[in-house]
Write a protein that binds this ligand. Structure first.
Ligand code: ANZ
Ligand code: ZN
Length: 878
């Protein structure tokens, strides 16, 4: 060979900008609806424009991008869109802090983050991009809402909010810190104000049943949704109340425990409680107290049990005896009937309550098959878990008169029939799911399109007056929403009678915008919410995003899709068929202790780390002063721990392909991914090696055509490896979403190439095939490098996504020789190469002759030879 040829070094920056320029010049990823190929719609959860991309975004969008590019290479018409979930509270806070406007701040962030996304080279159809805060987007949401209002699916009622009495404003749950307003520090109160709701409860059963059809969703997510919807079957039972009051209706899932009722508990907001309080100042004061405190579910669950006797007496519907009626803080007005038959012998909350207020506790069920002595004991002074709701399947009734001996089902049926016959109760299915409260008293959101008229009431804004625009040029004082503070904005005329009227000043929950964006991407520019293109693309084939959205977002998303279906906008029931929830991105934390016991968290980028030979961190110093810092645990990247790694810095240092490669290599998509720069460097070395292998091959000129019949053993072996890799990678991408193992397989192929030094014509042909396969197999993950390497391998500038994904050739994978491990008494001593069809005697002979094995066999007699075909020869010797 002549003098060493000049190789082009790998320069990610120029490689990446060249590939990106080529894609945008060819509008390579703009999707259309006229292709004859099967469609594939790959959706990612849209980012909130907080200011800069974080590694969680990079991971999320890289997974989607790999799937999208792979699908395109396997013959699909792919849509991968992107947009911005642009309304929300952080913009208001940032605007106050930076003395700017939420709109300005948001649009600037979007511009910056868009360029960051583009630098990562995602195959996104940018022509479909939108921000949910733009009127062209939210006008459709407003129009849909007015329809829902006319249909009765949207309605208005009073509901409780967190009220800050100093700032005179409502607070979001996350603005209530330890029961106080985040800004004023005032004790937060509960207050009832009129709010808008969507009747998601009408769809509870359908949303539950639909889960059974979602085979491509993780079981864990479906379970969380089922629990959230919380279907329970029970009875409503009437208790008469002495003194001429209306009867009380309770909802119970345990009518079998009816004979154990020793009191009845009602919510503080229950009509009967209010009635009793009218003549009982002490009770009235107690009800006032109950209004203090936050409204979040977590708070209600954990608070101490408190109550007060109303003085009223309820009549037990079977025995006719009277029991007291108590107000209890754990009874929710919004669930069931707001009244509970208390069974302290078998319900833990009732037990705690009865113990505290010295109410009677009696046993009425027992386990039929206690697993031990303990489980056959019931106690009125100590709570026993095995008498709770968990064990309802294997119990029988005791101390229950005529019902003694019945099991749960038997008692349920007997009582249901009895009460239904007497008109004293009925079977009833309840859902834990509540209607979706969509009103927010915040400024930076979509205005709710309603006008209030003294004569006509709440009137939907007519279509020709939509959108109701949110003014963007505003000043925020941090307390009141600018549209609430501005009487001019509110003023309007009633669309029905023309009299002066006022606009609604609340805005929508931002979950509204993220409930239908999946559909809007399909129909850019459509005059209505969507057009017929929606049915071409929907349901989306893949949805990738964070597990933190497993419940609320995904439930609203499935609900809203059904609203659109019922409005004949789409004809599917579910919005997405497959869901992939990616794990967190985690990283090491570093800190220094302050003298007051608090910690100063230090970003890993500012720390020099010493590692042992296994890569474990053994010491760390602050680069700026060379002094040691403390090493904390490995945690989710976050501002509070200052352990975020900036994607942009990583892209600048290593190139987008290396960042993409590492995010896919370091962990399977569902698991946590620990960011560590040593790992990133490893990926960078691998890419560089592949780059050099291609460059060397290219420098030798065009490779001759491959003659499969003329290959020698080594050439056949490399070719076999190439096709095995193709087969594995295709399977890992397509069937398992196991990207890390796919990358590992290509790395192995590159290792095999490094060992293959054969400059013969067929040697180069086989190497060319291997390199082309490696470049195409990696293309979904490292599309820029693949774009450049494909050209280096002698092809014109091509859109690789339009090439078919490599197909394994079965004939190439027929091995004619095999490597077997040779063991002596179960210990590995060497390996041998044998023909695939070698007879057992020949294998035995080769094994005994293997030099290292022969050494171990010296002076021993072989007693037995065990051959595991294709794998092992074990020589049993003594
Ligand atoms: C008697 C009883 C005995 C109950 C027992 C439970 C165990 P799920 O499964 O969530 O539907 N309940 C009913 N309405 C309530 C409300 N508004 N606020 C708080 N608790 C309420 O739970 C239904 C059970 O929760 C009902 O069955 C009722 O207590 C309580 F050993 O009735 B049960
Ligand atoms: Zn009117």
């Amino acid at each position: 060979m002549s003098a060493a040829p000049e190789l082009t070094p790998y320069d990610p920056q120029s490689v990446e900008s060249a590939a990106q320029a080529f894609w945008s010049e060819h509008r390579a990823f703009e999707a259309g609806e006229t292709s004859g190929k099967p469609k594939y719609y790959c959706l990612s959860m849209l980012p909130y424009p907080s200011g800069a991309l974080h590694m969680g975004h990079v991971r999320n969008y890289t997974i989607s991008d790999v799937i999208s590019r792979y699908k395109r290479m396997t013959g699909h018409n792919v849509l991968q869109p992107m947009g911005w979930d642009a309304f929300g509270l952080p913009a208001e806070n940032a605007a106050i802090k930076n003395k700017t406007q939420p709109a300005k701040w948001t649009y600037a962030n979007i511009a910056h983050m868009r360029s960051q996304l583009q630098s990562l080279g995602y195959a996104i159809d940018w022509s479909r991009e939108f921000a949910t805060c733009s009127p062209e987007y939210y006008v459709h949401e407003q129009r849909m809402f007015t329809r829902l209002l006319r249909k009765g699916i949207a309605y208005r009622r009073n509901a409780v909010v967190n009220w800050d009495p100093v700032d005179q404003t409502t607070l979001a749950n996350e603005q209530v810190i330890d029961g106080r307003g985040w800004r004023s520090g005032a004790l937060v109160e509960k207050r009832e104000i009129p709010q808008w709701f969507l009747r998601i409860t009408d769809y509870a059963q359908e949303l539950l049943d639909g889960l059974d059809t979602l085979e491509g969703w993780p079981e864990s997510v479906k379970t969380m949704q089922r629990n959230w919807i919380g279907r329970s079957e029970g009875l409503e039972i009437q208790f008469n109340v002495e003194g001429g009051h209306e009867p009380l209706t309770v909802f119970t899932t345990r009518p079998d425990t009816l004979m154990g009722v020793t009191f009845v508990s009602i919510a503080g907001e229950h009509a009967l409680a209010l009635k009793a309080a009218a003549s009982n100042p002490e009770l009235a004061a107690f009800l006032e107290q109950l209004k203090l405190g936050g409204v979040s579910e977590a708070e209600l669950e954990t608070q101490e049990k408190r109550g007060m006797d109303t003085g009223l007496k309820a009549v037990h519907p079977v025995t006719g005896e009277t029991v007291p009626v108590w107000v209890a803080n754990f009874v929710l007005m919004g669930y069931g009937t707001g009244a509970v038959m208390a069974v302290p012998g078998h319900d833990q909350r009732d037990f705690e309550f009865a113990t505290k207020y010295q109410l009677p506790i009696v046993q009425v069920v027992r386990l039929t098959q206690p697993r031990n002595e303990e489980e056959s004991q019931w106690s009125a002074s100590e709570w026993r878990d095995w008498y709770s709701d968990k064990t309802r399947e294997d119990i029988e009734l005791v101390n229950s008169g005529e019902f003694d001996g019945l099991d749960y089902r038997g008692a349920f049926e007997a009582l249901a029939e009895r009460f239904e016959r007497k008109g004293q109760g009925q079977r009833r299915v309840n859902y834990r799911l509540r209607d979706w409260g969509v009103s927010r008293q915040r400024y930076w959101g979509c205005p709710i399109p309603v006008i209030y008229c003294d004569s006509c009431g709440a009137v939907p804004v007519p279509d020709d007056q939509l959108p109701v625009l949110l003014p963007e040029n505003v000043t925020l004082d941090g307390v009141k929403s600018p549209i609430k503070a501005d009487p001019q904005w509110r003023k309007t005329t009633c669309p029905e009678c023309g009299k002066p009227a006022e606009r609604e000043t609340d805005t929508f929950d931002t979950f509204m915008e993220s409930s239908w964006y999946v559909a809007r991407y399909t129909s850019p520019g459509a005059e209505q919410m969507v057009d017929k293109r929606a049915n071409y693309w929907m349901p989306a084939d893949m949805y990738v995003g964070g597990i933190e959205h497993a419940i609320l977002h995904l439930l609203y998303f499935r609900f809203y899709h059904r609203l659109m279906r019922d409005a004949r906008m789409v004809d599917s029931d579910e919005p997405v068929t497959n869901l992939l929830t990616q794990g967190m991105v985690i990283a090491e934390t570093y800190y220094r202790d302050n003298s007051d016991g608090s910690k100063d968290w230090i970003n890993p980028a500012l720390v020099d780390v010493q590692r042992d030979e296994k890569g474990r961190v053994v010491g760390a110093t602050l680069a700026a002063d060379g002094q040691p810092v403390q090493i904390g645990s490995i945690e989710k990247m976050s501002k509070s721990r200052s352990n975020g790694v900036d994607p942009q810095a990583m892209v600048e240092k290593f190139g987008a392909d290396t960042v993409r490669l590492f995010s896919m290599f370091a962990a399977p998509p569902e698991q946590s991914l620990e960011w560590n720069e040593a790992g990133v460097e490893g990926m960078s070395r691998f890419l560089r090696r592949l780059w050099t292998q291609v460059q060397k091959q290219a420098a030798e000129g065009a490779a001759p055509a491959l003659q499969a019949q003329d290959l020698n053993a080594a050439q056949k072996a490399l070719r076999c490896k190439t096709h095995e890799t193709i087969e594995k990678v295709g399977f890992d991408y397509g069937k398992r979403h196991s990207f890390n193992t796919a990358i590992a397989a290509v790395m192995e192929l590159s290792n095999a190439l490094a060992k293959f030094d054969d400059d013969s014509a067929q040697g180069r042909a086989v190497r060319q095939e291997a390199l082309e396969a490696a470049v195409l197999l990696l293309n979904p993950i490292t599309p820029h490098a693949s774009h450049a390497l494909w050209q280096a391998l002698g092809h014109g500038q091509t859109l690789l996504e339009d090439l078919p994904f490599p197909q394994a050739d079965a004939a190439a994978m027929v091995r004619d020789s095999l490597t077997l491990a040779v063991q002596v008494n179960g210990k590995l001593r060497g390996t041998i190469e044998v023909a695939a069809d070698a007879p057992k005697e020949q294998i035995e002979a080769l094994a005994k002759a293997e030099p290292n094995t022969a050494k171990f066999l010296e002076g021993m007699t072989i007693r037995k030879v065990i051959v595991v075909p294709g794998k092992i020869v074990n020589l049993v010797a003594a």
